[in-house]
Write a protein of this length. Structure first.
Length: 199
């Protein structure tokens, strides 16, 4: 970090923005294997929140990697940097008073703990989308597992790279035998009471 920078103090702060939006802001972090349903659930939850008048913004792994993080690979050190940058973006969004939904594989405990440190423990809700590797491979929405099994993709989480299961997620959604609608409702039931806390 440059020694020649000074943090700017703003006249309008997060509490002002939350009051304007009429709800609390925080980060909903969806983690799980590729194909687990993270993005699908995050998108549907956002739609439901938007319809209730909640100010939201979604961050998705593929979209971020096509833009701000297009210089990063899937090697462990780049995965860590990928998540660090997203956490900093999420922190800005939360400070803007917006409920932020982030859907990322984010396979490492230490990286998810770092997100919590960046945005603040009270602003971070980890949602573990628990879908078996077998089910993710069966879905194989993007064809990534097939390529990984053929050796065409290196560092594929769940195949040639590890996924460290969350030890104490705020919410766990087991999708193998649960409908999308039921999963979305479970998440909404968890989120909605938190929107009116401390504003």
């Amino acid at each position: 970090m440059s020694m020649n920078t000074v943090r700017q103090d703003y006249k309008i702060v997060r509490a002002d923005r939350e009051k304007r939006h009429g709800h609390r802001s925080f980060l909903l972090w969806f983690t799980g294997l590729s194909g687990s349903g993270k993005s699908t659930l995050a998108n549907l939850v956002e739609v439901a929140l938007y319809q209730k008048g909640i100010s939201t913004f979604s961050l998705d792994g593929d979209n971020i990697r096509q833009g701000i993080n297009k210089d990063l690979s899937f090697a462990p050190e780049d995965r860590t940097e990928n998540i660090r940058r997203i956490a900093e973006i999420s922190n800005l969004m939360v400070n803007a008073g917006v409920v932020t939904l982030a859907a990322f594989v984010s396979p490492y405990h230490k990286d998810r703990e770092n997100i919590k440190n960046i945005v603040g423990e009270d602003n971070f809700f980890e949602i573990y989308v628990n879908t078996s590797l077998e089910e993710c491979e069966r879905r194989d929405v993007k064809g990534l597992y097939k390529k990984a099994r053929a050796g065409e993709i290196k560092n594929m989480t769940g195949i040639s790279a590890p996924y460290e299961v969350p030890m104490h997620p705020d919410l766990e959604i087991v999708t193998d035998h649960q409908s999308i609608e039921a999963s979305v409702q479970t998440i909404l039931d968890f989120i909605i009471p938190k929107l009116k806390e401390s504003i």
